[in-house]
Design a protein around this ligand. Structure first.
Ligand code: 13P
Length: 288
């Protein structure tokens, strides 16, 4: 199966009360690991790509070709969406033209009128081509690939205005943060999430900053309409940790242990393991 838009998998997840994992990719190891975990879990999956990560992988077109080539080689049968994460206006259009099946236009740093106008444009451009769109209201705190967010909690009325533009999914700031959560983090604003869910009807909601949110809070968020959960930092942390252990055990100094295919194997396996764990937690196991 080739890439699919995120729409169908999100509607089904929302209806049946589970969430689809969005995992950010950085290179071939990440793509292989996430696809393998999804296939072995028989779960739909969303591969997220920030504009910074796409630049690192030498552009949107390369990302599309690489993901499609790997899917074909690995004989992936579960639904896979390739999604731009926190895209700019120009970036979202460029991704759609390059063959992404889903895009996020993050207009949360504009005032609400400009966010509405630009989101509307992207929705039109995307829908004409059958591509799914994620929009954002409020902002996700912390930093991801140079995108800084102040962590403003979304106004449910503004969420409704954006949800009604025809987007397939909506991200709302509810006290979530990219990267590790600080010691004194107050937790997700589930009260605000409930208001957003009540006012936006059946809109699949997106929870960014998936790393480090306690499992019970994740599960509660899913009961309040979250149908997509973004995880990035956690895959990076387990990859780095497994690679560090390999090198600290001097395995790169033994035989051909310096071969990148050996050196990167423990980190890649650690991503497979964490993605499977998240898929089980989010409830999308066997939902392909
Ligand atoms: P984390 O890096 O905190 O897991 O957040 C990922 C994310 O929200 C990507 O958009």
């Amino acid at each position: 199966m080739g890439l699919v838009p995120a729409k169908e998998m999100l509607i089904k997840a929302r209806k049946e009360g589970y969430a689809i994992g969005h995992f950010n990719i950085n290179n071939m190891e990440w793509i292989k690991a996430i696809l393998l975990a999804a296939e072995e879990s028989n779960s739909p999956v969303i591969l997220g790509v920030s504009e910074g990560a796409a630049k690192y992988m030498t552009g949107f077109k390369t990302v599309v070709n690489m993901v499609e080539g790997i899917m074909e080689y690995m004989k992936i049968t579960v639904p896979v969406a390739l999604h731009l994460d926190h895209g700019s206006y120009e970036g979202a259009k460029a991704c759609i033209e390059a063959g992404f099946s889903s895009v996020m236009f993050d207009g949360s740093h504009y005032d609400i009128d400009e966010n509405i106008q630009k989101t509307k444009d992207i929705v039109k451009f995307a829908n004409e081509r059958g591509i799914s769109v994620e929009a954002e209201v409020g902002s996700i705190g912390g930093e991801e690939d140079g995108i800084l967010g102040g962590g403003e909690v979304a106004d449910p009325k503004e969420c409704k205005l954006i949800a009604d533009l025809g987007v397939e999914m909506l991200a709302a700031g509810i006290g979530n943060i990219h990267g590790k959560y600080p010691e004194n983090w107050q937790g997700l604003r589930l009260d605000v999430l409930k208001q957003i869910n009540d006012i936006t009807g059946n809109m699949p909601l997106v929870l960014h900053g998936g790393t480090g949110i306690p499992n019970d809070m994740v599960k509660e968020a899913i009961t309040l309409g979250v149908a997509k959960i973004n995880v990035n930092t956690e895959c990076q942390l387990v990859f780095a940790d497994a690679t560090r252990k390999y090198i600290e055990a001097d395995k790169d100094l033994q035989g051909k242990g310096f071969d990148p295919r050996k050196l990167l194997a423990p980190g890649t396996q650690a991503i497979v393991d964490i993605v499977k764990e998240k898929i089980a937690l989010f409830g999308s196991l066997d939902k392909a």
